[in-house]
Design a protein. Structure first.
Length: 205
């Protein structure tokens, strides 16, 4: 590896550290409360080094959103290989829950932390291969088109958003409960499977 390649690798490593620290701090302390200096302190770098990679906090947020939403979409679109649309919908719900539990800081920033809106064009809105919501709507539309859902369910957005709300609840509750011992929690895998199956049974013919 030559000097140029080594410098580029080091630059990407630092950039990755900055993004990871920003994601964690935004999710745990709130976007508005976190400063660039706070992020720099977390990784023991100077604020100047942070600004070398990102011009401001909004630029940091934009890159985090682009990366994390693309990662979610990639994980969900793997379900597209299933031929049956209802099976695809079920698998997508479970994959969504798995993503949230595997990457809790990503999920908290994406769906549980108030922050300024990111231009939808910047996360390629509407492309099912890069937009998880567009992918979900595509599956629901296929279920409706092939007559797999109850006949009164014709609103793609309503069905999609209701499915989304249900699986989001499983993730959000698990993230938020932390070490709460007040409730004797059922195994997470059972809750995830039961929620997904309950939603599916509620909308299919």
């Amino acid at each position: 590896m030559g000097p140029k390649e080594r410098r580029e690798r080091e630059r990407e490593e630092i950039r990755g550290k900055i993004l990871d620290a920003a994601r964690e701090l935004f999710a745990s302390e709130g976007y508005e409360a976190v400063t660039m200096r706070r992020i720099a302190d977390r990784i023991e770098y100077s604020a100047t080094a942070i600004y070398f990679h990102f011009k401001d906090k909004d630029a940091l947020l934009k890159e985090l959103c682009e990366h994390d939403f693309a990662q979610l979409a990639q994980q969900l679109t793997a379900m597209d290989q299933l031929p049956d649309p209802v099976d695809k919908l079920r698998a997508t719900g479970l994959a969504y829950i798995q993503f949230g539990l595997e990457y809790p800081n990503h999920y908290r920033l994406m769906f549980m932390t108030p922050h300024p809106p990111v231009d939808p064009d910047e996360i390629r809105k509407g492309n099912p291969e890069e937009d998880a919501y567009a992918f979900l709507k595509e599956i629901v539309a296929e279920c409706i088109r092939t007559g797999r859902l109850r006949p009164e369910l014709q609103d793609v957005d309503l069905v999609s958003q209701t499915m989304w709300a249900g699986v989001h609840g499983v993730i959000a509750l698990d993230i938020a409960k932390c070490n709460d011992n007040w409730v004797e929690w059922c195994p997470l895998e059972e809750r995830a499977a039961f929620m997904t199956e309950t939603l599916i049974r509620g909308i299919v013919r």
